[in-house]
Design a protein. Sequence first.
Length: 382
Amino acid sequence: MVKDALLSLLEEGRGGFLSGEEVAARLGVTRNAVWKAAEALRQAGYPVEAVKNRGYRLAEGSDKLSPQGIGKYLSARPPVRVEVLPSAPSTNDLVRARAEAGEAEGLVLIAEEQTAGRGRLARPFYSPRGSGLYMSLLLRPVRYTAAQAVGITSAAAVAVCDAVGRVCGREARIKWVNDVFVGGKKACGILTEASVSMEDNCLRYVVLGIGINVYEPAGGFPPPLDAIAAAVFPAPCGDGKNKLAAAVLERFFALYARLDDPAVMEEYRRRSCVVGQEIDVLTAQGPRAARALDIGADGHLLVRYADGSEEKLYAGEIGIRVRDSRAPARCTPAPDGRACAGAGREGAGEGGAGCSAAEHESPREKNSGAPAPDDRFGEGRA
């Protein structure tokens, strides 16, 4: 379509004008067709400016998501097909339907808002228009079993942390198993859903949902989310959502290609804000005090209870809440001499956009240096 081709040219030359004559020549269409395409883009919400004797351009500071806008930042060219919708009930639901219909791996569906977004345990995920990045990926890791699906969630969490550091210049940490925190508050939730073959227990497909609070919504987060949710950018940033989406996709698919590499889980462990912390293990019988000792290669969280007993916790079976401690976390070595990895790290509370706030404990911001932003994605903001 001329509209899509024009958008690609405008994204490639973002900030500069392209004359109608030049665009018509490059696309092999009439200038009237170019004008109609520009009008169609405006009606779709793209801020296309037209100036007499200068031509067309995207308005400076434009932050409209598009496949073309994301694609121009993908240097590694991961095998993806990006589609952007103005609104969707749930991107995970739409991708699952496409998977059942036979869609190949690599579909990435992004919505500018979700009207029925959800998180873990079917909690509602707050997905307002214009301020977030709500995307779902279709994967077909046929060589993996259902038990290995946690590695996909772990890789996604690492990818988000890395992207936030590169694009936004801020440090992000992972709360086991599927939340990413910035400044002690939840900025991202990850929901991994799968279809499993009953014959061999292998994955037929995986739908990986990633929801990121890119900016605070107009008027701020509503209560009670205002106390527990954060945005990765403190203020609107030109093309911030396209940059962030590209960085997440590029990093995730690099990790996805080597899920069997122990270094992937080690990176997840290194970015944890839970290991070494005092936590409550949330069970049907009520919370049980424990200390998080380590995260295993299969993604389990090893904890030690007050009576000295230890247990491996697995995602989907149980939840945790990190306590707010005003003193550095300390770790008593286990009887076998094993020390707790990550002792002394600052904690982060449960909750955030899309999660129940009922059991949230107020977190503190970790005052450590943030990674330098990646120049390829423009200047980061902290």
